[in-house]
Each structure stands twice: as C-alpha cells, then as structure tokens.
Design a protein around this ligand. Structure first.
Ligand SMILES: [Ca+2]
Ligand SMILES: [Ca+2]
Length: 249
C-alpha cells in the first residue's frame, strides 16, 4: 500500500514536470504586441508615444454623423501594430487584428506588413480591402533575414474610414498573433488601442458614464451649456451689483 502511494506521488511529480515544459520553450523574453492609433515617431526600431486612444476628425466627406457608412476603399488614416520587450530580430510574425467593420475597413494604400522584415515573404491576408472584421498580417523569411531588431512598428495598417464612432482594435491569441526569432517562439502579451472617429476619447473610457446615454456630440454640448450657465450667473451677479448701486444712490 505504501509502495502504491509512492508510485502515485512519482507519477504526479512526473506529470507536473511535463506540464512545466512548455514554459521552458519560452525561455527567451516576452514580446508585447500593442496597437498605436497615432503613428508619429514610429519606425521598425523606434516607438513614439503608444496612445491608448486617439481622436480623429474623419478626413473625408464619407464620414457621416448619422451613423451611415460609405467606404471607397481608399485609406484615410493609418494605425500601427507595434512590438516591444524582447524584440530580437524577427524571422517570422503573425498579428491577427480585430476591428469594427461597420466603421473601418483595411485598405491597400498605407498598409505595410513588412516594415520590420524587409525582403520577407508576405503572408498577410489579401487582396485588400479587408472588410470582415479581422485582418491577418504576417511574414516569414524563405531566404535571407532576419529582420530589424528593437521595439517598433511591425505592421502599418491603412484604414478606410466609413463612419463615426469609437473603434477598439484588439489582437487574437497565439498562434494567430506570434513572434519568432532565432531563439524560437517568444511568449506574447497583447494590448488594445482605440480610434475615436468624430468622437471624444473620454466617452470611450467612461469619462461621462454618469450621464445617461450621452453621445460624443451631446457630451461636448454639456460643456457648452455649463459655460453658458456660468456666463448667466456672472451676468446676474453683475446685474445685482449694478441694481444695488442704483438703489443706494
Ligand atoms: Ca503613437
Ligand atoms: Ca479578413
């Protein structure tokens, strides 16, 4: 009976060791994927500020305030999928990007999925435009390589904006999002990013959550109303002062 208990313990120990093995395969550092909705200062091996949310006024007449969409397959704006952390020179990568296809599509102009991996085989989903809510970017060296080491942009994504609203971009779990170097497959973390089209970012992060069902434009009107109220109070106070002076004379 004691021997049986020892055997069970040994098997359990062996099982726990085996389960720990996949972590050994990620001995190289973690690579953090994120979305940068404003690309200023970004390159293959440099990162500007990685904003969580960025406000844009739709740069073309196709964006309506009434929520209707119209796409013309031309890029109006670009965002970046960026990497940081243990960004060894990549030998292949995948970035599976989710987006709200009622507001943006991934268009051909402006999209560059080889920024960090010049001369690699482009494995990205195509042909563009992509309009089903998920765009799979990726590349792999069949010869040559590796790519550019360092934190920076790994894929630049051209967006055809078709409607107003807040779009949250996210990345799907490995293996759909992956980073591989000569050291092997890196563990990854995944961030999100938001583009507020003709809206305020504060609405997207709940800054006006205490107000009942307020849209972006209404939120701004509250500010204007508050300003008017303050002006009215000042006028009343001034009026009262003037009246008092008249009464005292
Ligand atoms: Ca940025
Ligand atoms: Ca797609």
């Amino acid at each position: 009976m004691k021997r049986l208990a020892q055997t069970v313990l040994f098997v359990a120990l062996l099982a726990s060791l085996t389960l720990a093995l996949p972590d050994e395969a990620h001995a190289q550092g973690t690579v953090n994927f994120d979305i940068d909705p404003e690309t200023t200062g970004n390159s293959a091996d440099t990162l500007g500020t990685v904003e969580n949310c960025y406000e844009v006024i739709c740069p073309s007449a196709e964006c309506d305030w009434n929520g209707s969409s119209s796409f013309d397959d031309v890029s109006d704006y670009v965002i970046d999928v960026v990497v940081s952390g243990d960004t060894e020179a990549p030998t292949d990568y995948y970035a599976s990007l989710n987006y709200d296809e009622t507001k943006v599509h991934v268009a051909d102009p402006g999209t560059d999925t080889l920024i960090k991996m010049g001369g690699a085989k482009d494995l990205s989903e195509g042909p563009l435009p992509d309009s089903d809510g998920t765009f799979a970017a990726g590349a792999m060296y069949l010869m040559g390589g590796p790519g550019t080491a360092g934190s920076g942009t790994i894929a630049r994504v051209g967006l055809d904006i078709g409607a107003s609203g807040v779009v949250t971009f996210s990345l799907n779990a490995p293996p759909d999002t992956a980073y591989v170097s000569d050291l092997g497959t890196h563990a990854v973390t995944r961030g999100t990013g938001m583009l507020a089209i003709n809206e305020a970012c504060s609405d997207a992060v709940g800054g006006t959550a205490e107000l009942p069902d307020v849209s972006g434009s209404a939120g701004r009107n509250y500010g204007a109303l508050a300003g008017l109220a303050a002006a009215a109070l000042a006028a009343l106070a001034a009026g009262g002062w003037y009246a008092r002076r008249r009464w005292l004379r």
